[in-house]
Design a protein around this ligand. Structure first.
Ligand code: ATR
Length: 246
C-alpha cells in the first residue's frame, strides 16, 4: 500500500466535507483520526454520537445540513451477540480497557444498553477518570496496574486500546482472574487474532473479534445510504478476511 505524503489533516477534512454539502453524495463512513472533527462539523448530532463524543457516519441533507451519527455501539453489541450468543449486556459489570475515543464510544454504548457498571481500565488513570466523568453515572475508573481487581466478576472484557495492533506489543492483562464465563473482545482486527484474544482462548474464554464489530458498524451506514437492509450476500466477512490476508 502506498504511503500518504503527510499525516491526515483535520482542516482538510472539514473543507472536504463542506464541498459535499447539499447532497453531492448521500453520506460518508468516517474512521480515525476524523471521528471527533466529523462530530464538530455537523449541524445535527444524534444522541448516541453525542454520548460517544465521536461520529462515524455523516449524512448530507439536500438543504446543505450535515447530520452526524455513531454506529460503533451497534457494531460492538452486534459483534457480541453474533460471536458470544446469549451474552447479556445488562447481566453484570463490563470492563473496557483504554480511555481514548474507541473506549469512550464503547463505554457510552454499554451504559445505553443497560450495563449496570462499566469499569474503565487505563494505563493513565486520569484519562480513565475523564472518560468515566464524561459519560455519567455507571462508569468507574481503574488503573491498569490494578486490573487484577477490576476484572473480577465481569461478564465481559473489551480491549479498546491500540495495544495489539500489528507490530505493537500486546496488553499484559491478567485475564485469568475473570470468571470462566466472561466474554473477551478485542476491537483490533489487524491482526484478527491479537495476543490478547490468543490468551483468552488459551484460558478457554469465549472471544469476539474486531472485524465483526467493523462489519456490523457498517450495516446501519449502508441502510442510511441505500434505504435498504445490507444484503447477506456477498459474504462481507469472507471478503474482509481475504483483503486482510487472513
Ligand atoms: P483511540 O482514540 O483510537 O481510542 P487513543 O486516543 O490514542 O486512540 O487511545 C489509545 C488508548 O490505548 C489509550 O487509552 C492508551 O493508554 P494511555 O491513555 O495510558 O496512553 C492505550 N494504550 C496504547 N498502548 C498501550 C499499551 N501498550 N499499554 C496500555 N495501554 C495502551
Amino acid at each position: 500500500m502506498s504511503t500518504y505524503p503527510s499525516p491526515p489533516d483535520a482542516d482538510r477534512f472539514e473543507v472536504f466535507v463542506d464541498g459535499l454539502r447539499g447532497g453531492a453524495i448521500r453520506g460518508l463512513n468516517v474512521t480515525i483520526p476524523f471521528k471527533e472533527v466529523a462530530l464538530s462539523i455537523a449541524d445535527t448530532v444524534s444522541e448516541r454520537a453525542r454520548k460517544a463524543a465521536a461520529a462515524n457516519l455523516l449524512t448530507f441533507e439536500l438543504d446543505g445540513r450535515v447530520t452526524a451519527d455513531n454506529t460503533d455501539g451497534v457494531g460492538l453489541l452486534g459483534a457480541l451477540a453474533a460471536q458470544a450468543p446469549g451474552f447479556d449486556p445488562t447481566a453484570g459489570p463490563v470492563a473496557v480497557l483504554g480511555a481514548g475515543g474507541a473506549a469512550r464510544g464503547a463505554v457510552a454504548a454499554l451504559l445505553t444498553a443497560g450495563t449496570p457498571q462499566v469499569r474503565v481500565i487505563n494505563r493513565t488513570l486520569a484519562k480513565a477518570e475523564a472518560v468515566a466523568g464524561a459519560v455519567g453515572a455507571g462508569a468507574v475508573a481503574c488503573p491498569l496496574d490494578a486490573a487484577d481487581q477490576a476484572l473480577q466478576g465481569v461478564t465481559a472484557v473489551i480491549n479498546a486500546t491500540s495495544a495489539g495492533l500489528s507490530g505493537q506489543p500486546g496488553l499484559n492483562v491478567p485475564l485469568d482472574v475473570t470468571p470462566e464465563t466472561a466474554v473477551v473482545m478485542d476491537m483490533v482486527y489487524k491482526p484478527l487474532e491479537t495476543p490478547f484474544l490468543s490468551e483468552a482462548r488459551r484460558l478457554g474464554r469465549r472471544t469476539v473479534d474486531g472485524l465483526e464489530m467493523l462489519i456490523r458498524q457498517a450495516a446501519p451506514s449502508f441502510e442510511t445510504f441505500y434505504g435498504a437492509v445490507a444484503p447477506s450476500e456477498p459474504d462481507v466477512r469472507a471478503l474482509a478476511l481475504k483483503a486482510l490476508g487472513q
